[in-house]
Design a protein around this ligand. Structure first.
Ligand code: PLP
Length: 452
């Protein structure tokens, strides 16, 4: 056993005894990899193996690994002011500058940002922003949140109740009341006769009408569904959903935890379809994972309502680490890197290269659908291309074969369902070199062949 392997074995022994992991199961953890270093789009483990980071870890390391300037900016800020409360009456420069910058990069109707420490907390906060808004507007019964099947919004209690991947809910019920789900704009598996974008938007309207618009606070939607299997909506979906929300006085929350900060080829994704949401949840790419940070951007209309509140209706939402100066300083520098290196634009160009590479895998009998937008792609596996019979099981084997070949990817969150089957999720860092992207595609193809 070499030194690295010995260290790794000792560490894993302690890990098994003392560390509980997200989505924990000891069987899946038996061959765990201990990461020790990241460079660009590559990760290295304690036993010296190199992997292409085919999902930017968890769709978050947008600028790639090993950016020393982000470490430097964190060290500088920590030495100057590591932490200070940002509760009302107090503030700090990195939080102010980052909020201003993010508002400027998002949608024209946006006014202000509230900071959190991750995606689920951002969505929890967005739900509270929505309920708060309607209470201030004298409509206290508008409390329900509509989400879409296959949506992933995090797994704290309310976020989990919006997340519509059953595996995440099974052992943790009951769900928070007043959350309901509708069909997503999943063109490949749309059961209706018409345009999946139009009909799926109309399904939201049907749910609003069935419940009564006076009970619905908001619809939450990922512009491109991520963990649910990279489901790209038809171009008709979001413009129609926006009209429906307007018609019924329902707020539209864009969950841009994955799609924000360049992932789809724009800073924020609803611009692909010319739509502005009322609230935007973000996290992940805002710091490229170098420190935990997230937040909610609110529109001018919603912001004004908060600003105009009497003292007894103030916005009593909070968290110790909202506006954390070190996280915000890193976020600011990360946004600078994305901007200076043109990474959102690069994601658009390189994403087309990645998608067209993956499209070539349609010749494999196990590949049913290939979809993507920017540096965010999905490959859906089937038992039969003609009938689209969902494949359940090979996804995990493909992921394992890819690991053997030096590529880390994931499959649809919670695995496939009898309705949808397994899908591979692929979302490398936005700076991934062309040759690495091409290698990634080759490995995915070889792994599908080896596993099916
Ligand atoms: C779209 C979306 N929303 C929310 C979350 C939850 O974020 P977090 O894991 O930081 O709580 C995720 C995480 O993958 C996500 O993909």
């Amino acid at each position: 056993m070499n030194d690295h392997a010995a260290t790794s074995a000792t560490l894993l022994d302690a890990d098994r005894r003392h560390l509980i992991h997200p989505l924990h199961h000891p069987k899946e953890h038996a061959q765990a990899q201990v990461f020790v270093e990241g460079r660009g789009a590559m990760l290295r483990t304690a036993d010296g193996k190199e992997y292409i980071d085919g999902l930017s870890c968890l769709w978050n390391v947008n600028v790639g690994h090993g950016r020393k300037e982000l470490a430097d900016v964190a060290a500088d800020q920590m030495a100057r002011l590591a932490y200070a409360s940002a509760y009302t009456g107090f503030s700090n420069e990195p939080a102010i500058r980052l909020a201003e910058r993010i508002v400027g990069l998002s949608y024209a109707n946006m006014a202000a940002a509230y900071f959190t420490t991750g995606g689920a907390e951002s969505n929890e906060s967005a739900f509270k922003f929505a309920r708060y808004h309607w209470k201030r507007m004298g409509k206290p019964n508008k409390v329900k949140i509509i989400s879409r099947q296959y949506g992933y919004h995090g797994v704290t209690l309310a976020a989990m109740s919006a997340t519509a991947l059953p595996g995440y809910q099974k052992m943790f019920g009951p769900l928070v009341p007043e959350f309901l789900q509708v069909a997503p704009p999943y063109a490949y598996r749309w059961s209706g006769n018409g345009d999946a974008g139009i009909e799926a938007a109309d399904a939201v309207e049907a749910a609003i009408e069935a419940n009564g618009a006076d009970t619905i606070a908001a619809v939450i939607a990922e512009p491109v569904m991520g963990a649910g299997g990279v489901i790209v909506p038809p171009p008709t979906y979001f413009p129609r959903l926006r009209q429906i929300c307007d018609r019924h006085d329902v707020l539209l929350i864009a969950d841009e935890v994955i799609t924000g900060f360049g992932r789809t080829g724009r800073w924020f994704a609803l611009g692909h379809w010319g739509v502005e949401p009322d609230l935007v949840s973000f996290a992940k790419g805002v710091t490229s994972g170098y420190l935990p940070l997230g937040g909610v951007i609110v529109s001018k209309r919603l912001h004004q309502v908060i600003e105009d509140a009497p003292m007894d209706e103030r916005f009593m939402h909070a968290a110790t680490y909202s506006g954390h100066p070190v996280c915000c300083a890193v976020g600011l520098r990360n946004v600078d890197i994305l901007d200076k290196e043109g990474l959102p634009e690069r994601a658009a160009v390189m994403g087309r290269r990645l998608l067209s590479g993956l499209e070539s895998l349609r010749s494999l009998p196990a590949v049913g659908d290939v979809r993507g937008l920017g540096m965010m792609c999905g490959v859906e596996l089937v038992e039969d291309q003609a009938t689209r019979k969902p494949a359940i099981g090979p996804g995990g084997r493909v992921v394992a074969e890819a690991m053997k070949r030096g590529l880390i990817i994931r499959q649809r969150g919670g695995g496939g369902t009898p309705v949808s089957g397994d899908s591979l999720c692929i979302a490398p860092p936005l700076m991934t070199p062309e040759a690495t992207l091409d290698r990634l595609v080759n490995i995915v193809g070889e792994s599908i062949q080896a596993a099916t």
